[in-house]
Design a protein around this ligand. Structure first.
Ligand code: ME8
Length: 661
């Protein structure tokens, strides 16, 4: 009989900058599941790759003076090096610049057009250049900025092809609410309320404003816009509408697509709609995880961003602590669906407690005792005793529990389950006190039983852990004298597999204990250096003209400008708006008795940064309510090169109410 298949995918990443620990999360998670499924005997297809088209890439290549293909080639190389360094066992790597993919995307586009789901129209809307996304007014965030990256958007219009979404709305709502497609399912509510209930809008699927993309086959002026190009990768990589591969019927539908929340909407709504339109089966599960954020020294969570200099470099961490420790840490910290804050301190504590003290210590103590008391080879006489059955019961139950977690894409829980057995085995050492047994000649059989039970526990635990930490576990097997056939999935469900007279081999320390203070000092110095360099680079880029100012607005007459009444005001007090991460509420002395203004600058300013300062306000703006708080006007701020905002401070000696003309 043919083996059962299992198809798992990561998103295809934008090669627009070096990969960081955030990219590693999805890839390591998928890799661990793929390895586990292979161990279970599945015929696995694990796909990853890069999403190489689009305006952003075209612009970056232009800045560097190379072709877009040259530009992406270089970064794709770094991605591939990282995956090999992180021990990622992908079966296929797709690049959207691969010929076969381009051919399939053109055929998919044509088919959707022929079926009447794609039509030509004009797109008018708010466009976010960094995200390459058009947004409707209602989708913008509370500051009128891009709901995804929160940068300013611009008004734009162009001839474009559209994909009709409405015909699929009911089926998609059912898919999200009545099936277990979406994980965690709690996210279905926000998707249904934000996108489906207000009426699914047709999706713009072509562009004429840039050329770096797959040409629309029947209209050369247009290139296929990112989502049809990108999402199709999951099927073109199997040979859908191309001759490069012949595995579509074998692996499709995918068992798991894993993505972070930033691209959930595209995978939860648009991708199913495309497949429905093509009359192809839908993937079985979409697993959505949160962001790995960077926890700075003040204890604040920040998005990882090159321009902040806080991106965590996986190569650097791997060099210091070993790739497996990094893999373990990121998987162990993040619960499916939730964000997880990365800090060096949390990482080092985790490695020390679980890997050095917990598992590493279990292995080294057990092997050292087998060596010390029996010269490495256990005698075959046995004597059962108290605590044995409770250990064996606990260890034997782990595989089933881990299976369930893997099937539900809950990797943090899978590791927690395995570490229940690690803790149980360490406790067994305390309970049975083998060092006392070792001193008493008449207790040798009991001692051999204790050590055998420990070696067996380690065998089961390390077999299960090998999907997550593929480099370190073979070293464990070497130490506990386990052969290849002992560490199979089948045998991970059994106790008593190692030969009774097993021979151990003392080896290197698997996970050396890390000196927290010393490492933190060194890592913080690296981060600070990177942050300073990023800041200096921003300054230099700006000086060199690399900062791209927002487009100039159309010309207006002086009378138009005179309509805006700009005034100097003093910030008397300021506080964060509850339930909003972005809004500050400022009480101002405006020279006319005072007013309250709400401003979306909380990401860049603490309230105390502003109190006592004079600022400029648009004083005659119609009041608006933001997050339930009334704002009587707005304060002036300028775009910064990193996409942030800087408040404009006038000469501080100007009186409150002074008019700006
Ligand atoms: O969105 N924490 O590509 P992308 C956790 N090309 N995960 C993170 C992360 C972080 N800090 N940063 C990135 C794209 N990721 C499109 C996808 S798919 C058809 C097209 C991971 O390079 C996470 O999986 O911006 C997220 O979904 C993905 O990288 C986005 O990568």
């Amino acid at each position: 009989m043919d083996k059962k298949t299992f198809y798992i995918t990561t998103p295809i990443y934008y090669p627009s900058g070096d990969p960081h620990i955030g990219h590693c999360y999805t890839t390591v998670a998928c890799d661990s599941i793929a390895r586990y499924k292979r161990m279970q005997g599945y015929d696995v297809m694990f796909l990853t790759g890069t999403d190489e088209h689009g305006q952003k890439i075209e612009e970056k290549a232009k800045d560097k003076g190379v072709t877009p293909k040259q530009y992406v080639d270089e970064i794709v190389d770094i991605f591939k090096k990282l995956w090999s360094y992180m021990n990622i066992s992908y079966d296929r790597y797709i690049r959207t610049t691969d010929d076969y993919h381009i051919e399939s995307v053109q055929k998919i586009f044509k088919e959707l057009y022929d079926r009447g789901y794609i039509y030509k129209g004009e797109y008018k809307g708010k466009y976010c250049t960094p995200c390459e996304s058009f947004w409707t007014e209602t989708q913008l965030d509370e500051n009128g900025c891009c709901p995804e990256c929160h940068r300013p958007v611009k008004e734009a219009a162009e001839e474009a092809y559209f994909f009709k979404m409405a015909p699929f709305a009911d089926r998609i709502e059912k898919l999200l609410t009545e099936t277990d497609y979406l994980r965690p399912k709690t996210r279905a509510v926000e998707l249904v309320n934000n996108f489906i209930k207000p009426g699914l809008e047709d999706l713009c699927v072509s562009r004429t404003s840039f050329t770096w993309g797959v040409p629309v086959p029947f209209d050369g002026k247009h290139v296929v816009y990112v989502w049809i190009d990108a999402l199709s990768n999951y099927i073109t990589a199997l040979g859908y509408k191309n001759e490069a591969f012949d595995e579509y019927s074998k692996y499709w539908p995918a068992d798991v697509h894993m993505v972070a929340k930033d691209i959930m909407r595209f995978h939860a709504i648009i991708w199913p709609a495309m497949l429905m339109a093509l009359e192809e089966p839908l993937p079985k599960h979409l697993a959505v995880h949160g962001w790995i954020t960077f926890l700075n020294k003040k204890g604040e969570e920040q998005k990882m961003s090159k321009s902040l200099g806080n991106v965590v470099d996986p190569f650097m961490l791997g060099e210091r602590y070993g790739v497996d420790a990094i893999r373990y840490h990121i998987l162990r910290e993040m619960a499916l669906g939730a964000d997880s804050a990365f800090s060096n301190e949390i990482m080092i504590n985790r490695i020390n407690s679980d890997l050095a003290n917990g598992f590493g210590n279990l292995v080294s103590r057990t092997v050292a005792m087998a060596d010390k008391y029996f010269g490495g080879t256990l005698p075959t006489e046995r004597e059962e005793g108290e605590f044995d059955s409770s250990l064996i019961e606990c260890v034997s139950a782990v595989r089933g529990r881990v299976d369930l977690c893997i099937d539900e894409t809950r990797l943090k829980n899978a590791l927690e389950e395995i570490f229940v057995a690690v803790d149980r085995a360490n406790k067994y050492i305390d309970e049975t006190e083998p060092w006392k047994l070792g001193k008493d000649e008449s207790k040798k059989a009991r001692l051999a039983t204790v050590l055998y039970n420990l070696l067996e526990s380690i065998r089961v635990i390390s077999t299960l852990l090998s999907a997550f930490m593929p480099t370190a576990m073979p070293k464990v097997w070497e130490q506990i004298g386990a052969g290849e056939k002992d560490v199979t999935y089948d045998n991970a469900g059994k106790f008593g597999v190692l030969p009774a007279d097993v021979t151990v081999h003392k080896g290197e320390i698997l996970f050396p204990r890390i000196d927290l203070e010393k490492e933190i000092a060194e890592l913080n110095a690296i981060i600070e250096k990177n942050m300073a360099a990023a800041k200096a680079k921003l300054g230099a880029d700006e000086a060199a003209g690399a900062f791209a100012p927002a487009e100039l607005a159309p010309e207006i007459a002086i009378d138009d400008f005179a309509k805006a009444d700009l005034r100097v005001a003093l910030v008397k007090s300021c506080e964060k708006v509850k339930k909003s991460k972005k809004l500050l509420c400022l009480q101002l002395d405006d020279g006319f008795g005072g007013r309250q203004v709400v401003s979306g600058i909380a990401q860049w300013y603490e309230p105390e940064d502003l109190v006592g300062k004079k600022i400029i306000i648009v004083a005659n703006l119609k009041p608006a309510t933001l997050c339930g708080v009334e704002s009587q006007g707005m304060i002036l701020a300028a775009d910064t090169p990193d996409g942030g905002a800087a408040v404009v401070f006038p000469d501080q000696s100007l009186p409150c109410g002074s008019k700006i003309r």
